[in-house]
Write a protein that binds this ligand. Structure first.
Ligand code: 5GP
Length: 189
């Protein structure tokens, strides 16, 4: 049987990666992480081929020209992120479920592309103020980057109604269980 696609989007700092990692650690859901390509620089602790395939702009453009992406977006000015066909199509064909952590435009596009084969989940922050506190607490981004991300969050939240499901992350444990339940119910269908 063909594998299915799970799409997760959230404004930066909403705990999306923590939720995905927690679900993977719980081990109840059989799914593989699609490693995206990007031309942004790795953050401290990020590994090439694990968190992202870190590429130069030239390499990224070359992959666009070769039609290697299912979708790609300029998520921040000059910073491109894309889902590689090799990460999704082969795995689904081999019967594996694939989880995509992608931005709102990519999420809405992939959801349309895959139709019934995909479920889309939007992780919401409890509030914009709380989101800013979390980003500052994470300590990985410069103040101007945080301002940029908070500004973008409101725009991103306007896409939430287009997702199949919305999960508010005000309590991490509850958000993990709720997200896991949505995925398990979808995979069982
Ligand atoms: P970050 O730089 O914080 O890792 O990610 C920035 C944003 O890019 C996040 O919203 C993340 O979901 C999104 N993103 C990561 N990979 C992809 C991708 O392959 N396609 C799209 N459209 N967005 C992506």
């Amino acid at each position: 049987m063909e594998g299915k696609v799970i799409i997760i989007s959230a404004p930066s700092g909403c705990g999306k990666s923590t939720i995905i990692n927690a679900i993977q650690e719980r081990g109840n859901v059989s799914m593989e992480f699609s490693v995206s390509a990007t031309n942004r620089a790795p953050r401290a602790g990020e590994q090439d081929g694990v968190n992202y395939h870190f590429l130069t702009t030239e390499q990224f453009n070359d992959l666009i020209a070769r039609n290697a992406f299912v979708e790609y977006e300029e998520v921040y000015p000059g910073r491109f992120y894309g889902t590689l066909r090799s990460e999704v199509e082969n795995r689904c064909a081999a019967g594996h479920n694939v989880i995509l952590d992608i931005d709102v435009k990519g999420g809405v596009n992939v959801s349309r592309m895959f139709g019934e084969k995909a479920v889309s989940i939007f992780i919401m922050p409890p509030s914009i103020e709380e989101l800013r506190r979390r980003l500052e607490g994470r300590g990985t981004d410069a103040p101007e980057v945080i301002d940029q991300r908070v500004g973008k969050a409101e725009y991103e939240i306007s896409f939430a109604p287009q997702y199949d499901h919305r999960v508010v992350n005000d309590d991490l444990e509850k958000a993990v269980l709720q997200t896991e339940r949505i995925i398990l119910d979808f995979l069982r269908k």
